[in-house]
Design a protein around this ligand. Structure first.
Ligand SMILES: Cc1cc2nc3c(=O)[nH]c(=O)nc-3n(C[C@H](O)[C@H](O)[C@H](O)COP(=O)(O)O)c2cc1C
Length: 352
């Protein structure tokens, strides 16, 4: 019998309250998403991948990704790059920003990233990958985690050679998404590789890929011996899935709950990104939240057409008036926003 999903566990000296980890997702894992994930039972949340070159050049938008709030700990901030010195420097910034873990991305299959020598490209360049991991591990005092795919080509087992070497280089935990980079998101995640990786290393392994229900999470923990599961697409517009997976609570929110969570998410995101960037970023979330048979399709389509997020909020409150009280409760819990990186331009925090 494997560990219980609601149990806490440790990555070196960092306690993780449950065995459910919210996946890093580019274009999704904004602070509002991570905070919501923590509230709904994710024991650990991750930023989307942040360019180490962007950090090095103090790119304003990139630095905005390093904004950390007090209610999202424990938090991993993920960085990507191909040069050990620059990655070490970025890791120092990530630690200074308040992350509990620095995570390295060795899995991104997108050409824009791999052609720079980063992401999944490094699965085929293990010596360089290990030098990056070592440089990062030596640069920070927080634990290093590394997230990999199985390899670049279909059927590759590169992760099984690289994983133990990354641990020798200083990784305190490994996450495996056992699809190849070529597969992108097709086929399925072959967690027999996760089980093999668990056998090979003496650090906790996190299993990522196709975890969408408590039954699937339990089956993967049992079959692999992994310490935790990571949930990505299953949590998009559906934080209740995290609650179901972590605690076995049924995942059918009322319309009022859905509307309240979505409005709260909209407001937090606009605070983070500003109205202009936030309103286009949010459109995909409307379909994610309001789907699952929760609201009729024409209503979803109507929201996407609206220009301002306040109009969206007005429509949602009209469709589910009872959401106002729930929303007030959610807003009362939000901590004062904190500025943790000294010397950073204030506009980073104001969005834009
Ligand atoms: C939209 C999207 C963006 C993603 N961005 C990242 C990323 O920035 N870093 C990363 O390591 N993985 C990224 N992933 C991969 C996920 O973290 C996860 O490993 C993968 O989606 C499989 O898990 P799932 O089946 O639960 O979605 C992304 C996935 C999606 C769908």
């Amino acid at each position: 019998m494997s560990a219980q999903l609601h149990d806490s566990w440790w990555i070196r000296d960092v306690e993780i309250p449950t065995r459910v980890v919210l996946a890093p997702m580019a274009g999704v894992s904004v602070q509002a998403f991570r905070r919501q994930g923590r509230r709904h039972g994710a024991g650990l949340v991750c930023s989307e991948m942040v360019s180490c070159a962007g950090i090095e050049h103090r790119n304003e938008r990139t630095l905005g990704y390093l904004r950390v709030s007090s209610d999202e700990h424990p938090l991993a901030i993920q960085i990507f790059g191909s040069e050990p010195r620059a990655m070490a420097e970025a890791a120092r910034m990530v630690e200074a920003a308040g992350a509990d873990l620095v995570d390295i991305n060795f899995g991104c299959p997108v050409r824009k990233v791999t052609k720079t020598g980063a992401g999944a490209h490094l699965l085929e360049h293990p010596d360089l990958a290990c030098r990056i991991a070592e440089a990062v591990a030596n640069a920070v005092s927080v634990p290093l985690s590394v997230k990999m795919r199985r390899g670049v080509e279909d059927g590759s087992r590169a992760c099984l050679e690289l994983g133990p070497r990354l641990v020798d280089a200083g990784a305190a935990t490994l996450t495996l998404h056992p699809r190849s980079a070529k597969q992108m998101y097709t086929g399925y995640a072959d967690h027999t590789l996760t089980a093999e990786l668990v056998e090979l290393v003496d650090v906790p392994v996190i299993a990522s890929g196709d975890i969408t229900s408590r039954a699937k999470a339990e089956a993967v923990l049992d079959a692999t011996g992994a310490s935790a599961v990571m949930v990505g697409r299953g949590a998009q517009g559906n934080p209740w899935a995290l609650r179901e997976i972590a605690f076995g609570e049924t995942a059918q929110p009322s319309r009022e709950e859905v509307a309240a969570e979505l409005i709260h998410f909209i407001r937090e995101t606009v605070r983070e990104l500003g109205e202009r960037r936030g309103s286009s970023f949010l459109k995909k979330f409307y379909a994610w939240y309001l789907g699952h048979g929760r609201f009729p399709k024409p209503f979803k389509n109507e929201l996407v057409q609206l220009d301002s997020t306040e109009e969206v909020v007005t429509r949602l409150l009209a469709a589910a008036p009872g959401a106002a009280d729930l929303l007030a409760e959610l807003e009362a819990e939000v901590p004062e926003s904190e500025v943790l990186l000294e010397g950073m331009p204030i506009s980073v925090y104001g969005g834009g």
